[in-house]
Design a binder for this molecule. Structure first.
Ligand SMILES: [Zn+2]
Length: 606
């Protein structure tokens, strides 16, 4: 079987002209993806579970070709550990799809060897896929920090899965032994509390895993990164550093959450009407800053949106949100207060249709309506693909008379990911023998690899993997395996998992663009002749009443296609007739209209 070796930095990919593959490169090409599935479908034979004593295998299932669906396998002999289990949001080429999760067939087949799932933090691109995947891989125990554990429990509860996997709370200063693995933990800054990095020791080598982090010397939760631990682990000798590449192309240091707090404070100082503050429900530090400013400027806080209410409750009960007494009020109470005394915390910073902010903007929110003089703050940068929905929400709010502040007219969002100077500092503290950039699209990983190279990591010691590639470490020597684990995208559509494939998606796309065209034919089973003219139903393609000529011609064409191809009247080949109708009527319609609707031939045998 053909397997492709991914490029190391500086070397050209053998089968393509360019190193840089963008997000969109990977997504919309259904045929290309299907091809990839075929190439790797036989993967049981190339299973990473072959007997390879003394070898640690690291396999990213997701997260190294995209921002999202982070999930990595660590396997040593008979033991498997999974780190993180996230989902990704679909792009506009995936109509009707809610989320994308990694393909976990390998783990399903090896579930008896899974010793545990270690989770770095509570963002959905790290925990979102757990309800879909945990039950399929035998509900292994989960190990994580208290806030993350509570968020995971809430998510599992929504799926009625609570109580199946054991969710264990870690003590950040205690080592955890799972099979041949010893995990130790260090605190990292991110925009959600309880984010941790991992020191992973095995007989084959020592890995430092640092995802979704930045260094912040003045974080909102007053708990800076544990530099002393990172340096100590570095001093023990590190075989591989795996580190967050999201902002590897951005020079400088990341803005401290404290600086952002000052910006938020200015908004509160200057606003006279109500403030509506939209952010991600999991940006707990941001929520804390809003509450701090509200307290300072004597405003009451309304929290609206199911997920943000739940997160605030969880974080408060764990002591991770400091909320002054009586500052939180219900929307009905707030409506009786002067406008200058109210701030509304809401979800919907990505323009999500059903989230609070969009409902407020459409005037459909039960208790909150926007009026002139209000200030709306959108405190998150749009995830690529969401820009237009965010803009639509902003337009609606502006029409209602609100002043809208967002990332372009106010520095109202700081990334939770390290920029170049912090990334370099991490590499210098850890001093790894090998370097593996993770968490990002391919071009981000390449940029991060460039930083490592400038810091003296030899080019041959830098590995840029694709999802499914296997890094093998033996006696602290790393090499890329010739083999590859099957990877693919599993689409989550409503409550269905994986039952929407490439074909369904392609049909949805065709229907969305060019509509559909149903041809119903009654065909005589004995002689293969049409019984009366075919019926045509068209939706989203042409307006039938104004296209009578076209429809008449189509009916004529259908008769031609059916009857010339039924030379053996005793046994008409229905599948063949359907495919001929689909092809020829498709071609005919394209010639007349330059559109390609989805054609659905229906045969009724009479
Ligand atoms: Zn994160």
């Amino acid at each position: 079987m053909m397997t492709r070796k991914p490029p190391r930095i500086g070397r050209r990919r053998p089968d393509s002209g360019s190193h840089v593959r963008s997000f969109s490169d990977r997504r919309p090409q259904f045929f290309a993806t299907a091809e990839r599935h075929r190439q790797t479908a036989d993967y049981a034979k190339t299973s990473v579970s072959e007997k390879t004593p003394g070898v640690l295998k690291i396999v990213p299932l997701g997260g190294v070709e995209e921002v999202g669906e982070n999930m990595t396998i660590f396997e040593y002999e008979n033991d498997i550990i999974v780190v993180d289990m996230g989902f990704a949001f679909p792009d506009e080429n995936m109509p009707g799809i809610d989320y994308i999760i990694p393909d976990t067939k390998y783990l399903q087949e090896n579930k008896n060897r899974i010793r545990g799932v270690v989770v770095t933090h509570g963002h959905l691109d790290h925990i979102g896929a757990m309800p879909y995947i945990l039950p399929k891989i035998g509900d292994p125990p989960v190990f994580t920090m208290p806030l993350t554990a509570a968020l995971i429990e809430r998510r599992l509860d929504e799926f009625h899965l609570l109580g199946r996997s054991q969710i264990n709370r870690l003590d950040i200063d205690q080592a955890l032994n799972l099979g041949a693995f010893t995990f130790r933990f260090f605190r990292l800054n991110h925009n959600i509390p309880d984010s941790i990095g991992l020191s992973i020791k095995t007989p084959a080598g020592h890995v430092i895993y640092a995802t979704d982090w930045k260094f912040d010397h003045t974080p909102v939760d007053n708990k800076p990164s544990e530099f002393h631990k990172i340096a100590r682990f570095g001093g023990e000798g590190v075989t591989v550093l795996m580190s967050d590449s999201t902002n590897a192309e951005v020079p400088g240091y990341s803005l401290s959450e404290k600086d952002l707090g000052e910006t938020i404070d200015r908004v509160f100082r200057d606003a006279s009407g109500r403030i509506i503050f939209a952010t991600f429900s999991t940006l707990i530090n941001r929520i804390q800053q809003v509450i701090n400013s509200a307290a300072k400027y004597d405003r009451k806080v309304v929290v609206t949106g199911r997920s943000i209410v739940a997160t605030v409750e969880i974080a408060f009960s764990l002591g991770m949100l400091k909320i002054p007494p009586k500052i939180i009020v219900r929307a009905e109470q707030a409506n009786r207060l002067p406008d200058g005394k109210v701030v509304i915390l809401s979800t919907g910073s990505q323009g999500e249709e059903s989230a609070s902010l969009a409902r407020i903007a459409r005037g459909e929110h039960k208790t909150v309506s926007v009026r002139p003089g209000d200030t709306v703050v959108i405190s998150a940068s749009p995830i690529p693909g969401n820009e237009r929905s965010v803009a639509a929400v902003m337009n609606n709010l502006t029409r209602l008379g609100a002043k809208v502040l967002y990332i372009k007219n106010l520095d109202i969002h700081t990334s939770g990911h390290a920029k170049q100077e912090d990334l370099k500092m991490m590499i210098s503290l850890v001093k790894p023998k090998y370097f593996m950039p993770i968490h990002g699209e391919h071009h981000m990983l390449v940029a991060h690899a460039g930083l490592a190279k400038n810091l003296g990591v030899p080019e041959k010691n830098i590995f840029i993997l694709d999802n499914g590639n296997i890094l093998e470490i033996k006696s602290a020597e790393a090499k890329l395996s010739e083999k590859k684990l099957k990877t693919g995208l599993v689409f989550i559509d409503g409550l269905g998992v994986g039952d929407v494939g490439e074909v369904v998606l392609r049909d949805r796309k065709v229907m969305a663009e060019d509509g559909m065209f149903v041809v119903i034919m009654q065909i005589d089973r004995k002689n293969g002749k049409l019984f009366g003219p075919p019926d045509i139903i068209s939706r989203g393609f042409v307006y039938m009443k104004e296209s009578e000529d076209l429809l008449r011609e189509v009916k004529h064409e259908v008769r031609k296609v059916v009857e010339t191809k039924s030379q053996k009247p005793q046994e008409p080949n229905w599948a063949y007739i359907r495919s001929r109708v689909r092809d020829q009527i498709g071609e005919f319609l394209f010639q007349r209209t330059e559109r390609r609707p989805l054609i659905l031939p229906v045969i009724i045998e009479v």
